[in-house]
Design a protein around this ligand. Sequence first.
Ligand code: MF3
Ligand code: CO
Length: 254
Amino acid sequence: MPVATVELKSAKEIAGMREAGAIVAAVLRVLSQAVQAGVATAELDRIAAAETKARGAKPAFLGYRGYPATLCVSINEEVVHGIPKTDRRLAAGDIVSLDFGVVFNGLFADGAVTVGAGPVGTKAQALMDATREALVRGIDEMRPDRRVGDVSAAIQRYVESKGFSVVRSFVGHGIGRALHEDPAVPNFGKAGTGLRLAPGMVLALEPMVNAGGFDVRVLDDGWTAVTRDGKWSAHFEHTVAVTQGEPEILTVER
Ligand code: MF3
Ligand code: CO
């Protein structure tokens, strides 16, 4: 197997990715605030497109391998890559994963959050909380001389300790001059294995966590991934740089 060729980003590129990341974070905040019962997922996509344009950025997903929208909106048992639709409206108590990326001055940033349409059930809340915390645990491993397997294992260990499962068939990824770069960053794996991390690496970590089993299937639309057992799923993602010291989350508002 060829060894992944990982692009190390310069300080200048990371500065550019901070700007792209701030746009992603701001748009995800606006979208999160728009999530409520009765809203059509196509309306969220319209907001995402308008907010992207207003900030001088371009959508990263639109046209990517033929993806038809700016935003991915995945509800309840939908895991990732839900296509916004005019006839799909949120219901009270739904959990809604919003996945969004931009390119700004040639540099990409990618992020995701899962939010409730109003208050959600106890189990759904626990699923969202565990997924958000699993992302934090993974990010904390992104230090020089730790390895991709340490990140993967930290995410998996935390998720499984809460009785949930990590999706196997979609993974996190390097990011920078392209939306998806090497290395792949699975949300499961063995500590002490895989590529060694170094300052200048930028990774999009994105745990997808299922309340039931980890198996997923893709709907006939060719995109929407759903859990095989119909149980609910959550997704959080940040674009994060490895530095000499603490990991730096780039998808934050500034
Ligand atoms: N965050 C997802 C990813 O990194 C979003 C991609 S959706 C697509 O794969 F539409 F661009 F494919
Ligand atoms: Co991603």
